[in-house]
Write a protein that binds this ligand. Structure first.
Ligand code: GLU
Length: 461
């Protein structure tokens, strides 16, 4: 069975780069009828916070990416790490090292002076003597002394790490007994039964150390997939300004989870030139072997386009529910259909949709000066007044019924549509732009149209 995991450190929010590897991990597990697990790497007490962990979990709930087992917290697994450290000590695969900080610094300086790579020199590796007094030792693991560690990476292919260039007997437990990062990651992945580790390629350099731990403990080494980073359009690492922000910010901005996931799955992975994937299709088609070897480029227009697509295809009833998060509470049931049908065609985000709706439903508090100047040239007020007179004689409800009245005015006065459209728009909405006036009028209704026209005729010079 394929078991994957996502293992965020709660030093901050979940950002979209992390979410993308989580999604890849999730899809790969589901495609293989396996399991996706979530592990919170919260051992760095100085930098981690419960609040950040809660927010990460909240983001996963919003996106519907559920862990198939209870969420694992590293902070609760101290006993497990201690047990394995002891096992390695007992088997002679790890040892206490009593070097002081001063001794380590001195060694380092000497190595640098000799133009050597600074590394631990193994002086306690086979130490049999009496340990120096008053020193709390660290525990170091016996790493291979030479040769290569190879990784058959599912994305990057065959990789060789030369032991002499990059490894020494690294520390697995600090002098206070706390285990170190690469040790706990390997122990966790092994004991959680993780078969496939999909993660950012910024972790590639940790992989040989983790393999040393796997081998020492006699665990099977999982399959690794190191995913290239996401870049901005300038080819640089994605920054907060480019959109590498909290996933929950995307919710605030009005993105739908299905659009965000669809956007992310295409960042670095493709299936022909298909752009739109339902969640089911993602699961069916995803394969890490199709992940690009080079960095992918974040493009917000694409995200907006996808979000627009998903908004358009969301049933009105569901939209209405979602829009409550953007302070839009709709009431009159008839008009909702007309309103949402029209607005979902143009809004790129739920927030934009809510704002457009509020612009229609709330009377304009003022009239945009530039718009007034443009729309209210001589004769404009007469045109609007004429429209109002005709409207009062009828009882229109549907957009086309309002449209017909505008048509009558245009025909009778021999003017273009813009001549009535612009001043009427300013009267009803306070500004130019926005959805069709026929829709606007059908949504607010005849009485409200008349009220807004009266007010505009009175207050616009
Ligand atoms: N906790 C690490 C991070 O947030 C991920 C570790 C891993 O995937 O192996 O970057």
């Amino acid at each position: 069975m394929v078991v994957t995991r996502f293992a965020p450190s709660p030093t901050g929010y979940l950002h979209i780069g992390g979410l993308r590897t989580a999604l890849f991990s999730y899809l790969w597990a589901k495609k293989n009828n396996g399991k996706f697990l979530l592990r919170i790497e919260d051992t760095d007490k100085a930098r981690n916070s419960q609040e950040a962990a809660d927010k990460i979990i909240e983001a996963f709930e919003w996106l519907g990416l559920k862990s198939d087992e209870e969420i694992v917290f590293q902070s609760q697994r101290d006993d497990i790490y201690k047990k394995y450290i002891q096992q390695l000590l007992d088997e002679g695969k790890a040892y206490y090292c009593y070097m002081t900080k001063e001794e380590l610094d001195k060694l380092r300086e000497e190595q640098i002076a000799k133009k050597e790579r600074p590394r631990y020199d193994g002086r306690y590796r086979d130490f049999k003597g009496t340990p120096p007094e008053g020193i709390e030792p660290v525990v170091r693991i016996k790493a291979p002394l030479d040769g290569v560690i190879t990784v058959e990476d599912g994305i990057k292919g065959h990789i060789e790490f030369n032991v002499k260039d990059m490894l020494d007997d690294f520390i697995i437990a600090r002098s206070d007994g706390s285990p170190t990062y690469n040790f706990v990651v390997a122990v966790d992945d092994a004991t959680m039964g993780i078969t496939d580790v999909i993660r950012g390629d910024d972790h590639l350099s940790n992989t040989p150390k983790q393999i040393v731990v796997y081998n020492a403990l006699g665990f099977d080494v999982p399959k690794f997939y190191h995913v290239p980073m996401i870049h901005n359009e300038q080819g640089k690492k994605l920054s907060k300004r480019d959109g590498a922000t909290d996933v929950m910010e995307y919710k605030k901005m009005g993105y739908l989870p299905e659009a965000l996931l669809n956007f992310l799955v295409r960042l670095g992975w493709s299936h022909g030139d298909q752009e739109i994937f339902s969640f089911g299709e993602m699961i069916e088609l995803f394969d890490p072997k199709d992940i690009n070897k080079s960095a992918s480029v974040y493009n917000v227009e694409k995200l907006n386009w996808l979000n627009g697509h998903y908004i358009k295809n969301t049933p009105n009833e569901k939209l209405e529910e979602l829009l409550k998060d953007y302070d839009l509470v709709l009431t009159n049931s008839d008009k909702k259909e007309i309103l949402l049908d029209a607005l979902k065609e143009r809004a790129k985000t739920l927030k934009e949709l809510a704002d457009l709706a509020k612009d229609i439903l709330n009377r304009p508090a003022n009239y945009d000066e530039k718009a007034v100047k443009k729309a209210y040239k001589s004769g404009a007020k007469d045109i609007v007044a004429n429209f109002k007179e005709k409207l009062l004689l009828k009882n229109p409800h549907l957009p086309n019924e309002f449209h017909d009245i505008m048509q009558e005015v245009v025909d009778e006065m021999g003017i273009g549509f813009g001549k009535i459209g612009q001043p009427l728009r300013v009267a009803l909405l306070g500004k130019l732009g926005g959805p069709g006036l026929d829709v606007v009028m059908a949504v607010i209704g005849k009485d409200e149209v008349v009220k807004r026209i009266d007010k505009a005729l009175e207050s616009i010079e």
